[in-house]
Design a protein. Structure first.
Length: 319
């Protein structure tokens, strides 16, 4: 029997306003979820669906109003265990400038281990491991304000690695980055997952990022409405279109990997939706995509819609 690394049981979170009406908003509604060690999970959904609220329970930044969240056997609302939980689960947020506090990259990476009271040699070893893991050794002496957005996010991730974290939760870490920065962050996350078996949980609005995960969780209105492998999630085109995606990515250097919606649907509008979900060509090979997704034979890529995202339909690329 595999024990879950993170287990959420009947979790409800209610935000209460300090106004005369004592307004309440149910942000999470009776969530049940299990996450195993070493998984790569993407959480998607429209704004306000509960993605960030759920993620903040994983290391105790928010506590359940009802139910419980258990990390490696420890309850996040147990004050005696909260610091142990936060050593196991680290969070990286959307804006890297809000996470970096030191004036030199390696000093920022050292901040967490120093606050753990570790010996200097142990701290040096952890800094070196974090830098090498992300291939950013050349940045060690750089002042953060001279880094690109992608390099800043890699520095924030390095700080989490230096804590010997077993799980990194990233809340829209690429939202403020250019395509090059996004590529660097996603490449680093995949390598951390594959080489070191670190559990990765990423919240994203970019479907080309979500499809690279092993598992996708779709949220809407504080509930989990879908949970499965990318190829299974994207088969359910109507649900995915209506509730999972808020904006579509048209990157200009991509491959169509899913069709929204299927040909013949009442929503069918190939000029807008045929290439709605794209993966930059340098992320995955056609063979990788073939393994991850079943390509629908219903693709309605008309000649007028062929250039919506500047590429051919994946079906054509695959022959």
């Amino acid at each position: 029997m595999i024990l879950s690394f993170i287990e959420v049981k009947n979790l409800t979170h209610i935000f209460r306003e300090n106004d005369e009406k004592k307004t309440e908003k149910i942000a999470l509604d009776n969530i049940n979820l299990k996450i195993n060690k070493g998984e790569f999970i993407a959480i998607i959904g429209v704004n306000g669906s509960g993605k960030s609220t759920l993620a903040k329970h994983f290391n105790g930044l928010l506590l359940p109003s009802e139910g419980e969240c258990i990390v490696d056997g420890m309850k996040v609302d147990d004050s005696e265990d909260i610091w142990k939980v936060r050593q196991k689960v680290s969070m990286v947020f959307q804006n890297p400038d809000n996470q970096i506090i030191a004036t030199v990259v390696e000093d920022d990476i050292a901040f967490g281990p120093e606050n753990m009271g570790l010996e200097r040699e142990e701290i040096k070893d952890r800094i070196e491991f974090a830098l090498k893991s992300l291939h950013i050794e050349h940045l060690r002496k750089m002042p953060p304000h001279l880094l690109s957005g992608g390099q800043k996010q890699l520095t924030a991730i390095a700080g989490a690695i230096a804590m010997r974290t077993q799980c990194i939760v990233l809340d829209e870490p690429t939202a403020m980055l250019d395509p090059q920065g996004r590529n660097a962050v996603m490449k680093a996350l995949k390598e951390l997952h594959e080489k070191y078996n670190i559990t990765i949980i990423i919240i994203t609005h970019f479907m080309e990022e979500a499809v690279q995960a092993d598992r996708i969780i779709v949220m809407n209105d504080g509930k989990i409405i879908q949970d499965g492998m990318p190829k299974d999630i994207f088969k359910q085109k109507e649900i995915a279109y209506e509730k999972a995606t808020e904006t579509f990515s048209h990157c200009g250097d991509c491959r169509c990997i899913a069709v929204f919606p299927a040909a013949g649907s009442k929503r069918a509008d190939p000029s807008r939706y045929c290439h709605a979900v794209c993966v930059p060509a340098n992320h995955l090979s056609v063979a990788d995509l073939r393994n991850q997704l079943d390509i629908s034979s219903e693709c309605d890529c008309s000649s007028s819609s062929r250039n919506v995202c500047g590429s051919q339909c994946l079906r054509d690329l695959m022959g």
